[in-house]
Design a protein around this ligand. Structure first.
Ligand SMILES: Cc1cc2nc3c(=O)[nH]c(=O)nc-3n(C[C@H](O)[C@H](O)[C@H](O)COP(=O)(O)OP(=O)(O)OC[C@H]3O[C@@H](n4cnc5c(N)ncnc54)[C@H](O)[C@@H]3O)c2cc1C
Length: 459
């Protein structure tokens, strides 16, 4: 009998485990994959460890900034900053045909560029930032508002609106076209008010550090063990059934597998949770390995949010992908990362249509991936000549990959467009949800979510 069984060793599940085991709870994490970390895990190929999705640890904040989510998290996990070996970014960029804005973990410097490039918008921009700071975006009762409408109230330049929406939507909007303003505030804080860093050698040592803390506190982790059913009786989960034929019992079950995904495991569908809408915003991410440093080709930022047309659009593509905007990440450009194993890597993410990718035959799937990689190479070659000739190899994630490895419906990264902010529902009194579907995204966001739900409901 466990106090808590956690479904999934995603970052939110792991942080909840660390928190609960610290307080002496008997906890077991069940993870169906052989590697921990979920969408921010790693895999091994030809003797090399490759991060699944690491571009940036958003919400990066220097030591000593009180109230910064990263610093709060380190305290809650009882970790010292040096244990995570975090390196700040040098700089990142939002690049539009009309102009560019630089992000370098110094919000005052970002605001000064906005003032200079958009002098008539300066007052509105500062008032918007103040509103973002004052918004209690994490409140379960915060009303859902249109981010586009609010940006339009403060800014008359559609270019500036688009330049702010571009990185924020690309790094965490689960819905097409518009964005919930609360979600906008959470991601704006993590990307623009705070900034980017990365664990120097990627997610493996980062996860090992968290899992060591968990194991030292008595937490149990079972990798390669999937949950196949949750038996429900009288509004409670009475047993957790695994693909190893075990039937496990716990006072509470916490899941980071997603709301809809968890509801589908229940022997009796929980009405509120089973009605959650599936997400439809997918991504394809290609990991290019170059035979030179990306900097040698003029790719000298850490992350580039590049929008090719004059206006930014964020919707599910009609075809396989939408190449008009790209997130381009160079891990070796972070501070002190010049000699890491990924120093020659360039990651390129573009919006993808889950429906287009999910049901392709193996043959068509292989061809579709090659077409996308070729198109991305051509796009980068036109912008940074020499790129095509420098590509030594590539690997790609699609919505099909994400669905296969994480079970997320539609293979989406940012979960359902609806969020279960309180992490609980009236459907099942001992089931709790953390992670992307609770409304927190990214590495720090997911870790915060697990800790918050553990604190709120299970301690
Ligand atoms: C390509 C890509 C790039 C990304 N880039 C970044 C980035 O640069 N920076 C950043 O901060 N974030 C990034 N993210 C997003 C970030 O990874 C996620 O927001 C975060 O990891 C979500 O964590 P989570 O705990 O919510 O769940 P997940 O990571 O989704 O974990 C859920 C876990 O549950 C397991 N599971 C599911 N069903 C079952 C079951 N039935 N039984 C047992 N286990 C189960 C899954 O295998 C998985 O391990 C990226 C994601 C991807 C895919």
């Amino acid at each position: 009998m466990y106090d808590v069984i956690i479904i999934g060793a995603g970052l939110s599940g792991i942080s909840a485990g660390v928190r609960l085991s610290h307080y002496g709870r008997k906890v077991r994490i069940l993870e169906k994959q052989r590697y921990p970390g979920g969408m921010n895990g790693y895999y091994e190929r030809a003797g090399r460890t490759i991060d699944v999705g690491l571009h940036a640890l958003t919400n990066f904040a220097p030591e000593g900034i009180r109230g910064a989510p990263l610093n709060k998290l380190l305290r809650q996990m009882r970790l010292r900053r040096h244990e995570l070996d975090l390196c700040p970014q040098t700089f990142s960029e939002i690049v539009f045909p009309q102009c560019s804005l630089r992000l370098n973990n110094d919000f005052a410097a970002f605001a000064a560029q906005v003032d200079k490039l958009f002098p008539t918008e300066a007052d509105g921009f500062h008032r918007l930032c103040e509103r973002i700071r004052q918004t209690d975006a994490l409140s379960p009762t915060a009303p859902e508002l249109s981010a586009r409408a609010i940006l339009n109230d403060y800014l008359s330049s559609s270019l500036l609106q688009d330049m702010l929406l571009c990185p924020v939507m690309l790094y965490g909007n689960p819905q097409a076209d518009d964005m919930d303003f609360n979600q906008f505030c959470i991601i704006f804080q993590s990307v623009i008010l705070e900034g980017f860093g990365r664990p120097r050698h990627g997610m493996k040592p980062f996860l090992e550090c968290l899992l060591k803390r968990y194991a030292d506190q008595g937490g149990e982790l079972s990798l390669g063990v999937g949950v196949t059913a949750l038996n429900v009786r009288d509004g409670r989960i009475t047993a957790v059934v695994t693909d190893q034929g075990e039937e496990l019992h716990a006072d509470a079950v916490l899941s980071c597998a997603g709301v809809l995904e968890t509801a589908r495991l229940c022997s009796t569908p929980p009405p509120e949770l089973a009605a959650f809408p599936a997400g439809a915003i997918g991504f394809c991410e290609t990991i290019f390995e170059l035979d030179c440093r990306p900097r040698a080709l003029g790719l000298d930022a850490c992350v580039i949010f590049r929008n090719c047309p004059e206006r930014f659009r964020f919707s599910t593509p009609a075809g396989s992908v939408d190449l008009s905007s790209q997130i381009i990440c160079m891990p070796g450009n972070y501070q002190q990362c010049d000699d890491i194993a990924d120093a020659n890597t360039v990651r390129v993410s573009v919006l993808a249509s889950p429906a287009w990718w999910l049901d392709l035959s193996p043959d068509a799937y292989g061809k579709a991936k090659k077409n996308v990689a070729d198109a991305q190479i051509a796009l980068l070659e036109a912008w940074k000549p020499g790129f095509a000739g420098a590509v030594a190899g590539w690997d790609m994630f699609t919505p099909k990959t994400i669905r296969r490895f994480t079970g997320h419906v539609n293979g989406v990264i940012y979960g359902s467009p609806r969020k279960l902010r309180q992490g609980a529902s009236a459907d099942l009194s001992n089931l709790f949800i953390c992670g992307a579907d609770q409304g927190f995204l990214g590495i720090v966001g997911a870790l915060m979510s697990g800790a918050a739900i553990a604190n709120r409901h299970l301690l």
